[in-house]
Ligand binder design. Structure first.
Ligand SMILES: [Zn+2]
Length: 174
């Protein structure tokens, strides 16, 4: 396997995102790097389970960290269940659910300002998408009802116009 094929396989395994902080290639504007979960200097190998697709910032913070004590190891993005150790809060901060989660957050600086900002933007986009789907469903329902009966038609049309104005406002804020 060539170095190019190896890189491609690692990118696919991690869905083109940093295994530690979740930032995507398209958000960084570049390819990410390959980290050895267990560093070569600590006896780690080149098998795929040991290769983590990783952004430059996480790679720098992680450096050659390794612990022989399993409870002091970083979380492995594919082999550990991250949801047991980490929880994202409403404000975009990452909270630890376990001591290992706390070590993971602290060592990788996973509450650095740019990551918290990115999580807040993703949350806002998600909420907008949900609102947009609700509005679309309501418009379709109202149109359906209007076709079936023409009483209160005027009132429904006004409601539809009001909703469409909200849709335009959502679109404008992109
Ligand atoms: Zn990262």
């Amino acid at each position: 396997m060539s170095a190019q094929q190896r890189l491609q396989r690692v990118r696919e395994r991690f869905s083109y995102r940093c295994g530690y902080c979740g930032v995507a290639e398209h958000e960084v504007g570049a390819l990410l790097e390959i980290d050895h979960y267990r560093p070569l200097s600590a006896g780690g190998g080149e098998e795929f389970e040991n290769l983590i697709y990783c952004c430059p910032a996480c790679n720098r913070f992680k450096h050659d960290y390794w612990s022989e004590d399993e409870s002091r190891r970083l979380l492995h993005p594919l082999l550990d269940d991250l949801s047991l150790h980490l929880q994202e809060l409403e404000d975009g901060q990452l909270a630890a659910l376990t001591p290992r989660g706390a070590l993971h957050i602290e060592l990788l600086h996973l509450n650095r300002a740019s990551l918290v900002k990115l999580r807040q933007i993703r949350r806002a986009n998600q909420q907008r998408r949900v609102r947009w789907l609700q509005i679309r469903t309501e418009i379709l329902q109202l149109l359906h009802e209007s076709l079936q009966e023409d009483t209160f038609l005027q009132e429904r049309e006004e409601r539809i116009i009001h909703l469409l104005q909200q849709v335009l406002a959502l679109t404008d804020s992109d």
